[in-house]
Write a protein that binds this ligand. Structure first.
Ligand SMILES: NC(=O)c1ccc[n+]([C@@H]2O[C@H](COP(=O)([O-])OP(=O)(O)OC[C@H]3O[C@@H](n4cnc5c(N)ncnc54)[C@H](O)[C@@H]3O)[C@@H](O)[C@H]2O)c1
Length: 320
């Protein structure tokens, strides 16, 4: 009998790739998404597949979720649905709290009534980064900066999950993603710097670099290709290590360097405009992936150039 996995946020950028992986691996998949930022188009390779179902539902709607648990009886929960923007969380912290914590608690209430085997929770290594000094990297046991409501809700979510896993006897993995990029990502918010630049560059528009005066090349981030993230989800589902795990490359890249790499891949030369910083943005972020190697046997296999080339190719296929 194949395992049943319920994926929240499965119509989104990362979640849709994760749904495809589960179906490929022989799981029965129920994708739950309210389509607030996700799109059915992201699931076009799966619609009609007997192993795949899509239900438009909000994770904050407990009754609806409970019904889905009753009928689908998932063995595994993979939780990607979220309010994902640091900026939006500062502007509207109540909505951030509602989706990122209340939504998670609705899922956990369902788990309490309908036992599961394991839970993959997606958190943010970038937002939960410590203050980086010199050539340090953020590890899972460092104290996070918690300078945005988004960071607070993601961190609190990790803690709720740990408590529920112990109390209701299921395995879990917290995957703290660095900055993910790849096909299907839409240009919005901080997570979307790659698609924002790609969009501007391919339409010959000027991009803006928002940074701190002491960071002239921009804030730094750790960029992981979505295919590598999917593999981390596969491994975490196969054998949940019951811990928080950073999913990053361990390479710190300034945003201006990302911009220049994209210019090169798309063969363009467009200057960038520099403006002041955005509140809530951590200055530097780079994740140690030692624990991911040791506990999941995971490594980021795709370098930035390879990942950007895959993205360019996917865009060319889309426009044919
Ligand atoms: N993209 C990144 O670089 C990055 C980095 C760190 C963490 N993350 C996390 O990864 C996850 C996926 O992010 P993404 O970049 O694919 O974003 P995305 O916006 O493409 O995906 C989020 C999905 O969740 C759905 N959703 C949102 N609120 C919902 C609700 N209340 N009920 C049901 N569905 C809802 C959206 O419609 C969307 O399909 C999020 O948890 C995000 O915080 C992403």
């Amino acid at each position: 009998m194949s395992k049943r996995v319920l994926v929240t946020g499965g119509a989104g950028f990362i979640g849709s790739h994760v749904c495809e992986m589960y179906v490929r691996e022989g799981y029965d998949v129920l994708c739950v998404d309210n389509l607030s930022s996700g799109k059915l188009e992201n699931l076009k390779s799966l619609i009609g597949n007997p192993r795949f179902q899509f239900v438009q539902e909000d994770i904050c709607h407990l009754e609806g979720l409970m019904h889905l648990f009753e009928t689908f009886k998932p063995h595994v929960i993979n939780h990607h649905a979220a309010q994902k923007s640091v900026v939006a969380s500062l502007e509207d912290p109540r909505t951030d709290l509602d989706i990122n914590l209340n939504g998670l608690l609705c899922l956990l209430q369902c788990v309490k009534k309908h036992p599961i085997q394991s839970f993959v929770y997606v958190s943010s290594g970038g937002a939960l980064s410590k203050v980086i000094i010199g050539d340090e990297k953020s590890t899972e046991s460092d104290s996070p900066q918690l300078i945005s409501p988004y960071a607070i809700t993601k961190y609190a979510g990790e803690k709720y999950l740990e408590i529920y896993a112990k109390e209701y006897d299921f395995d879990y993995t917290v995957l703290r993603y660095a900055n993910i990029y790849g096909p299907r990502q839409i240009p919005d918010g901080e997570c979307g710097v790659v698609p924002i630049f790609v969009n501007n560059i391919t339409t010959n528009r000027t991009s803006v670099l928002m940074t701190y005066p002491d960071m002239p090349r921009g804030c730094t981030r750790d960029y992981v290709f979505v295919g590598d993230v999917v593999e981390a989800n596969r491994l975490a589902t196969e054998k949940a290590p019951n811990m928080v795990i950073n999913i990053g490359t361990g390479k710190e890249i300034a945003i201006l360097d990302i911009y220049q790499s994209i210019l090169k891949i798309f063969g363009k030369e467009i200057p960038i405009r520099i403006e002041g910083p955005r509140s809530g943005d951590v200055k530097r972020s780079v994740l140690s992936n030692r624990r991911a190697q040791e506990s999941l046997n995971w490594n980021a296999c795709t370098n930035l150039e390879e990942g950007l080339l895959v993205l360019k190719k996917a865009m060319q296929v889309e426009t044919i």
